[in-house]
Design a binder for this molecule. Sequence first.
Ligand SMILES: Cc1cc2nc3c(=O)[nH]c(=O)nc-3n(C[C@H](O)[C@H](O)[C@H](O)COP(=O)(O)OP(=O)(O)OC[C@H]3O[C@@H](n4cnc5c(N)ncnc54)[C@H](O)[C@@H]3O)c2cc1C
Length: 423
Amino acid sequence: MTTAKIAIVGGGIAGLVAAATLARQGFRPDLFEAAPELGGRAQTRVLDGFHFNQGPHALYVNGAFNAVLAGLGLSAPGRRLRLDGALAVWGDETHPLPTRLVATGSAPPLSSAETAALAEVFARLTHGDYDGAGSPLRTFTAELPEAVRMVIEALVRVSSYAHAPEDIDAKAALDQVRLSFGGVLYIDGGWRSLVSALAGVATEAGARLRSEHRVMAVARAHDGWRIDLAGQRAETFDAVILAVAPSVARDLVAGSDHIAAAARSTQPLRTMGLDLGLSATSPGAGFVLGMDAPVYMSLHSAIAELAPPGGGLLHVARYLAPDETPSPAHIEGLEQLADRLQPGWRDRLVHKQRLVGINVVQDYPRWRQGGRRTPVVVPDAPGLFLAGDWIGETGMLSDAAAASAVVAAREAAALLVGAPPQT
Ligand SMILES: Cc1cc2nc3c(=O)[nH]c(=O)nc-3n(C[C@H](O)[C@H](O)[C@H](O)COP(=O)(O)OP(=O)(O)OC[C@H]3O[C@@H](n4cnc5c(N)ncnc54)[C@H](O)[C@@H]3O)c2cc1C
């Protein structure tokens, strides 16, 4: 056990991974979370047996977050999404979703030549036979037949939430589709199961997880950092990991030009979501993806334990482009999509959750930035580190949050024990 004091601000996935990692290394980090519950955007609300994540959440089997969980000795209580029977929406028509496995012969409405072109792209993705770093996804997809372009851009949307083919870095986008080929898990009991497992590991190893502790400022003090807390005494630490949104990090740390510039440069990905708790579901497709419209629908309860017996938990979502303003028409469009694919849902509605323009991630790899996000180490604030889904080089979504948290924990530990960080 070391006496060095480390604070973590923010109790979402990034903060919890940092806390668990440091505690396992013999530190006793203090984690401050403003909300009464830990978990941030990975929280799950439970209403009458319906487990409402904050919109549709899927864990990438081969992703960094799952690897971090495994490294902590945790196994995600999830079940693999199966895509047999999945549908693609093309205007008024629906057709089987042309997945990697079924893109042989002809995948209507694609012609056989288009299907062959799609199969070739899938083979390239499978083998990692592409580059595209430093160029937009659209440069890659523009070379493809129109219908194939639509399929690939839809797969990028569903795997990264990015409805931004002109902005997202092509390599990062295609890496994410490739990652999706390894499968995703829907989590029994919702992502709160992952949150409480992480919190359990962290607490057991000696971390103190302090919810309802809002940090008001993080300021230099002697050799370390002072944390000002709402309604509590200030405390000082040798190192601080900020696992909060970019604007929060900027407001907390006055005097770091680096964090201010990073916060200005981030670009969130947002979505409109309709999460429906139903007393019963209709037979039909469990998974539907828009090809010519940026929409998604999935009956998560058909895979994981998320609804009471006989009931269903349906997620419908519309991906927003970076400059798009959320509008009530988007939600109406989602209700109409549900009418079309889960007819009668309105009569079976028990609980409804609407997400209007929620930030899915705080930043994503954009080609103009060379596909890079803000680094963990803050050059003008020694002892301060950043973690979250807007930080670091690895992965997207919760994978980025978890991967950057591990790096932040490693850097903080290395600073405090004076050893160089492992690579
Ligand atoms: C609709 C939707 C769908 C998603 N789908 C997926 C998916 O399918 N797969 C996937 O991998 N990821 C998905 N994500 C993304 C995933 O939820 C996030 O990447 C991840 O939860 C981010 O964790 P974080 O710790 O970086 O940030 P957050 O969860 O935002 O945590 C930050 C925490 O800091 C706290 N905080 C803020 N200010 C203060 C303060 N002053 N003092 C103390 N605490 C403070 C907040 O309360 C919050 O708990 C989705 C997100 C959304 C919204």
